[in-house]
Design a protein around this ligand. Sequence first.
Ligand code: UDP
Ligand code: MG
Length: 309
Amino acid sequence: MDNKPYISVLVPVLNEQETLPELQERLHKTLEGIQKPYEIIYINDGSIDSTQDILEGFHTQSKSVKVIEFNKNYGQHMALFAGFEFSKGDIVITIDADLQNPPEEIPKLVQKMEEGYEVVGTVRKGRKDSLFRKIPSFIVNKITARLVGVKLKDYGCMLRAYKRNIVDYMNMCPESSSFIPALANTFAKRIAEVDVAHEERTKGTSKYGLFKLFRLNFDLMTNFSLLPIQFIGMLGIVIALVGLLFAVFLFIRRLIVGPEVEGTFTLFAILFCFVGIQIFALGIIGEYIGRIFQEVRRRPRFIIKKELL
Ligand code: UDP
Ligand code: MG
């Protein structure tokens, strides 16, 4: 009998040698408990510690463990994209390797999916992260909800479940930078969120510095809309209008009160008008370049060095 998995669990891994043994044990136990065929796909995102050896060990021990190794680090979301391409399950679940999302919450997600949802997100109850992580998350949530048009309480938690069809749609998106929870929601009709526990990171360190978080947020904004560049265009119009109004004001003032001293401010009005138009023009050019850039950059998204399937 061909054991087609019902559940695929995808784990992006970057230098997590300390947590992997416990993670694998708890995942294995939880998934066995569900009593459906499953696969665990670890994507080694360019680790430089003994992560690869540990993962190959899991693969030899259990035929449900698959390992994909990247040649270098491409980021968590690219790792998940690679995982999506290899996954075969009807339900695809993504989870962090650091045990901050307890694997024991997976059955809850599966149950919710079985109610007919296409995407099930999670809300971290009593989130155990620093304020320095929570504030950017709060802002990202607001921006994402606006851009994607789907209000979720927690876009940042990567313990999520996707139905096969949503994963297939995501596999059709060849974009080289993306934010998966947002992308999935642009395709899904029925979306739910469930509460899950959140643990402190006890081993290893966070792989997201401030710069990486910043870039992720920028990916989010520029990938899901042309809003930033359109905003610049609109700003240009506003500045030009203000300049024009000022010129009209000065003209009327001249008729009533007489000419102002030396006409310096008239010059300002004219200047503002032109500066505004210039910025507006730049915005339009930027818009086109942005679109061309999105289309033209057909680089491979990631390179796979080794597959253990
Ligand atoms: N990760 C990855 N590639 C990266 C950064 C992170 O595969 O470039 C993995 C990491 O090993 C972990 C998950 O993504 O399994 C989440 O990372 P982390 O726990 O460091 O993020 P945080 O919880 O601090 O947001
Ligand atoms: Mg973490």
